[in-house]
Design a protein around this ligand. Structure first.
Ligand code: ADP
Ligand code: MG
Length: 687
């Protein structure tokens, strides 16, 4: 098929250019057609602004000017970045480039006339432009006016190289391009046919057609995703290697009394569902969604006990060493006294201990194990694994989950625990292949975290309060503002805040710095030092939001709170209020917008993560679930489950209809396997 041929078949692409294309993940002609311009990255000549017309609201805009200065810079933390300043007589704009983007300073020179598309915001001296793409005006002049795409580039590739290649590929598509959506669906939804959609996503004939093309591709992707999930669900349930367990008996009872508390009503309900699932011959595939601190660990302990009671092994996988160790302590406290042999398996074990654990797992003498990624390494062999639990699963991809399941000769029962407060409608569609247990409410006796909201001028007083907490022997978190969705930029912001605070308000106080750019060992070292109360203040990005338990931490300051979603701040806030002392969460904002301030006030009165998530959805739309996206919950191509919620629900319905009709289901599966260019839908089906 033409779409499987390498791009070197196209005119103007030799081996050298092909390598550059490979850097942007384009190998075949099909890949090229799937290399859509980023949203908003089109040159629409009827919409070129002057610099003084640019609005600094963070939206993507197009302007034209000449380059007055190029600079390569280093931040305080020694990270490389570059700036290009562009002027047009009405003002100046500073384009900020990070990481791979800095190559542009070699391609462009002072005096060059350029078109710039980028996210425009307020900078220190000039308007600041991020996520920018540039092109030479002289290159654009040759093109007929209209709406032109701009693509992600690499090396010496130019927009014109890619555009010319895409034009040739579209010419091939015009001769032969199979449709992949079922015909009745295409008719009912009035979608553009695949070819027309493809032409308009690359070279839109109008803004309207561009939007229609996007709608089709978004639907297409979500539809195949949902079909894949439904297909999966049926496969899992159909697996005849499931293990039907007996009704719970003495061992489960003993563990239950060993917990040291009575289960809350919502824990009871969730446990009932898990218990029933494990007694069914079909493998369990259940997600437990419960707010931070709602007591999910107890359910994991009971499920492990049940597996052991029936003569099998169970394992619990955690995303970090620290979380794994915390769970291990719980196992030693709750499972060991009931007579269950437990172990911890992490990368940090000595070679000798590691060998012992591996032997114990292989011969069955270890009955319940907790660990990190170390659990899915090839060297790990289980004697009889019947239950695989993952905690905070959004840190684990589907593939890793599957690998854990592959470690059993059976089809193990799978339990996934998460505190990510996604609104219910969204959860059901996102986790389309899972059954969901929802845990509401908290165990009794919790002191609610007192939440306060202050504007910028109170910052000094807030940090004075922090020092007071430290003098009292407590610890604190400082969360730095969300700049944009990029680990690199957020890491830089955290580093800058660390420098500012340790030289200013927090001079002389032992502080730690945590961000996503650290290596796993570095992260663990920072966290351990904080857990041991050696560092008093942890300055951090949102990476801290998952499951860490340091009960001595009583204060959390969230800087730039207006930039966070309510649900995400709630996740963060869950890091404090874990001990017996009164805890506080301070939201700092420099915003004076009454609507923003009112939104932040909601945090003071509401401590229900799900309610806050619904509020977020209502107030800001789905697009603001930042954290989720960072956790790879949606490594989708063009769709965004959080922005395209309505389409997602529609696609879910359509998928149910399609998969219920054997003829159409077969068509869909074939389409996923054959007509798609880069195999991404096929991967969903075979995951
Ligand atoms: P999460 O759902 O965030 O994983 P945990 O399982 O860590 O929550 O539980 C948080 C705390 O609440 C733990 O200290 C745990 O011992 C306690 N806890 C859990 N269930 C109950 C209960 N039913 N009654 C009292 N305390 C409980
Ligand atoms: Mg937990």
């Amino acid at each position: 098929m033409w779409w499987q041929e390498p791009v070197t078949k196209l005119k103007g692409i030799g081996p050298k250019k092909a390598l550059e294309f490979e850097n942007i993940n384009v190998v075949t002609i099909g890949d090229l057609l799937n290399h859509f311009p980023r949203q908003g990255c089109y040159l629409d000549y009827s919409h070129v602004k002057t610099i003084d017309e640019l609005t600094t609201d963070g939206s993507m805009q197009l302007f034209r000017g000449s380059i007055v200065r190029l600079n390569n810079r280093r931040s305080m933390r020694n990270m490389k970045y570059a700036t290009i300043t562009v002027g047009d007589g009405t003002g100046f704009a500073e384009i900020v480039l990070f990481g791979a983007q800095t190559y542009m300073t070699r391609v462009y020179h002072t005096g060059d006339e350029v078109f710039v598309i980028g996210k425009v915001g307020l900078g220190r001296t000039a308007k600041s432009v991020t996520a920018a793409s540039l092109s030479h005006v002289k290159d654009e002049k040759a093109e007929a006016p209209g709406i032109l795409p701009t693509y992600a580039l690499s090396g010496s590739l130019t927009q014109n190289n890619v555009r010319s290649a895409v034009r040739q590929a579209l010419a091939l598509a015009r001769k032969e391009l199979p449709e992949c959506l079922p015909a009745p669906l295409l008719r009912a939804k009035h979608f553009l046919p695949r070819l027309e959609a493809l032409e308009n996503i690359h070279f839109p004939k109008s803004q309207e057609l561009l939007e229609k093309a996007r709608q089709r591709f978004i639907f297409e992707e979500l539809f195949f995703l949902q079909c894949g999930l439904l297909h999966h669900r049926v496969e899992i349930k159909r697996d005849s290697r499931g293990i039907k367990m007996a009704r719970s008996g003495k061992l489960v009872d003993r563990v239950r009394s060993q917990l040291g508390f009575a289960l809350t009503d919502s824990q009871k309900k969730a446990w009932q569902e898990i218990d029933d699932d494990m007694q069914s011959p079909e493998p369990m595939n259940r997600l437990v969604q419960g707010d931070v601190g709602s007591g999910k660990t107890a359910l994991a302990m009971l499920a492990l006990a049940k597996a052991v009671e029936n003569g099998y092994q169970g394992c619990l996988m955690a995303p970090t060493e620290i979380l794994a160790e915390q769970h291990y302590q719980e196992m030693q406290k709750v499972l060991e006294p009931a007579g269950i042999r437990t172990a911890l398996l992490t990368g940090g074990l000595t070679a000798k201990r590691r060998r012992e654990v591996l032997e114990g797992l292989a011969d069955g003498s270890i009955q319940a194990v907790v660990g990190t990624y170390a659990l899915i390494q090839d060297a790990v062999v289980f004697h009889s694994l019947a239950l695989a639990i993952t905690d905070e699963q959004h840190r684990f991809g589907v593939a890793q989950r599957a690998k854990l399941q592959d470690k059993s000769q059976y089809a193990p029962h799978v339990l996934i625990m998460t505190a990510t407060p996604i609104p219910r409608t969204l959860a059901l569609t996102v986790y389309g292949d899972l059954d969901v247990s929802l845990m509401k409410g908290m165990p009794p006796g919790r002191k609610p975290v007192q939440t306060l909201c202050y504007t910028e001028e109170k910052r000094a007083a807030v940090y004075k309060g922090l020092i007071h907490q430290v003098q009292e022997g407590h610890q604190a978190y400082v969360v730095c503002p969300l700049i944009e969705e990029s680990e690199g930029v957020d890491a830089r912001a955290a580093s800058d805040l660390y420098d500012e605070l340790t030289h200013g308000y927090l001079k002389g106080i032992p502080c730690g710095l945590l961000h996503g750019r650290l290596k796993p060992e570095e992260k663990d070292a920072v966290m351990e030092s904080f857990a041991r109360n050696e560092t008093k203040v942890l300055i951090t990005t949102t990476v801290v939001e998952v499951g860490v338990n340091v009960p001595n931490a009583t204060l959390m300051i969230i800087e730039g709170a207006d930039r966070f979603g309510l649900a995400q701040m709630h996740q963060l806030r869950g890091r404090v209020g874990r001990g017996s002392a009164q805890s506080y969460c301070v939201l700092l904002t420099s915003s004076t917008n009454p609507v923003t301030l009112e939104r932040l006030q909601i945090m003071r009165n509401c401590s229900d993560g799900f309610l806050l998530a619904e509020k977020d959805l209502e107030l800001r739309g789905a697009g603001q679930f930042f954290g989720l996206r960072q956790h790879g919950l949606s490594d989708l191509y063009i769709a965004d489950i959080l922005r395209d919620t309505d389409t997602l629900v529609e696609a879910r319905k359509a998928a149910q209809w399609a998969m219920n009709d054997p003829q159409i289901a077969r068509e869909v599966e074939q389409a996923a396997a054959t007509t798609q260019f880069d195999g991404r839908f096929e991967r969903i089906f075979n995951a």
